[in-house]
Write a protein that binds this ligand. Structure first.
Ligand SMILES: Cc1cc2nc3c(=O)[nH]c(=O)nc-3n(C[C@H](O)[C@H](O)[C@H](O)COP(=O)(O)OP(=O)(O)OC[C@H]3O[C@@H](n4cnc5c(N)ncnc54)[C@H](O)[C@@H]3O)c2cc1C
Length: 360
């Protein structure tokens, strides 16, 4: 591979630089390769590399990557972990070089609504258009939608901060953030579809935005995130309607020759959507029919009925649903079935009684 073309540097003053370097190395060893000497280290991560030199009064840092987004991810993760590992000193991190403070976030795009229509009574498809959206095609299925807080007013967007993390507009200008899946993307045309559940509730900025979205409305899109689904011979997908866009898109991308079972919980038959795949498909719809969302026993029962094949074939279990359901499914898959983490991904897509910026 060619050497990275982008780089940034920083010096961070610290009273115990070697100890902090050690903590960074220990943490990043889980996610990449760490080579270390007494006073220096090189951390090779998925996005790029970080070279650390420990001096008497602090750390010299050099971040390198092949593209602007990867460079920001390296810088951001250093900032995040420095603030976690060094709580008492509050070290100041100021990057110089590529992607300096005040520049637009490379993983952000301003887009406009082209159209909005219901694909089922409770699922609204919003088509967005914008330039240079090829970056959203790979690297994960979901994005953060930045919803302008005041309709009809020019929105303010986040920019790169001095430590590499985004600096957000404050107060009434701060956009509302909700996570959604790109249901379909056509980068050549500059368009993507986001399918948004119109769920009940009084204060639901994401649902409300989708209900009212009109051609020309501006919205911010940040990402993508979440990674890709690994290659397997046997897949089990489970989720409610919030995960239906992801399940549909993954099924669409599977090759012939593998087998996929999809368990999807929706309100009733009017919420079912056609699911297409080259894989051998077994689709099982669960209807809530008025019982509250997060009917975990229905989904768990359906998953138990499918079961899991012996470990001699490549297996992958994927689930996205309400947080409590998600915890039950994790218990079933991890503790009861003893499926290793490399063979499953179970994520909370929403949390009953909490807004989408508070999933933990
Ligand atoms: C990786 C990921 C991908 C996602 N992809 C999609 C997607 O493609 N389409 C999609 O519609 N959603 C998706 N979601 C879920 C979505 O982000 C949440 O449902 C979000 O909370 C909706 O925001 P809101 O502003 O409408 O409601 P919030 O302000 O977040 O919540 C207000 C109230 O509504 C409740 N609530 C939130 N969602 C639901 C729901 N689905 N059913 C019933 N009550 C609910 C909350 O518990 C809260 O009480 C995804 C989430 C994640 C983490």
């Amino acid at each position: 591979m060619t050497s990275p073309s982008l780089s940034a540097h920083a010096h961070v003053s610290l009273t115990m630089p070697n100890a902090v370097m050690g903590k960074l190395c220990d943490y990043f060893a889980e996610f990449g390769e760490v080579s270390r000497t007494a006073h220096s280290a090189r951390l090779a991560m998925a996005f790029g590399t970080l070279t650390i030199t420990a001096g008497d009064n602090g750390l010299d840092l050099r971040a390198e990557a092949h593209d602007p987004t990867s460079l920001s991810y390296v810088k951001m993760s250093v900032a995040e972990h420095l603030s976690t590992f060094v709580v008492d000193e509050k070290p100041r991190l100021v990057w110089t070089g590529d992607g300096a403070a005040g520049t637009p976030l490379p993983y952000f795009r301003e887009m406009r609504v082209v159209s909005a229509r219901n694909v089922t009574p409770r699922m609204r498809r919003v088509t967005l258009s914008g330039p240079d959206i090829g970056r959203f095609e790979t690297g994960g299925l979901h994005v953060r939608l930045l919803i302008p807080p005041k309709a009809g007013q020019a929105p303010s967007w986040p920019v790169t901060g001095e430590d590499g993390r985004p600096v957000w507009p404050t107060g009434e200008d701060r956009p509302i953030i909700r996570i959604y899946t790109i249901r379909h993307i056509d980068a050549a045309r500059g368009e993507m579809d986001i399918d948004i559940v119109l769920h009940d509730g009084d204060a639901t900025p994401g649902s409300t935005w989708a209900r009212q979205a009109a051609p020309g409305d501006l919205v911010g899109v940040m990402g993508p995130g979440g990674g890709d689904v690994p290659v397997a011979d046997w897949y089990l997908f489970a989720g409610d309607e919030t995960a239906l866009p992801a399940i549909s898109r993954i099924l669409n991308s599977l090759p012939a020759g593998c087998q996929a079972t999809a368990i999807v919980e929706v309100e009733d038959e009017t919420e079912e959507q056609p699911l297409r795949s080259n894989a051998k498909l077994d689709i099982r719809w669960i209807h809530r029919k008025g019982s509250p969302g997060a009917t975990r026993s229905m989904m768990e029962d359906a998953i138990r009925q499918v079961g899991v094949p012996a470990g001699d074939m490549r297996r992958f279990i994927w689930a996205g649903c309400e947080r409590e359901t998600c915890l039950c499914l994790k218990k079933l898959v991890r503790r009861e079935w003893q499926i290793p983490t490399s063979e499953h991904l179970i994520a909370a897509y929403w949390r009953a009684g909490c807004s989408g910026d508070n999933l933990d």
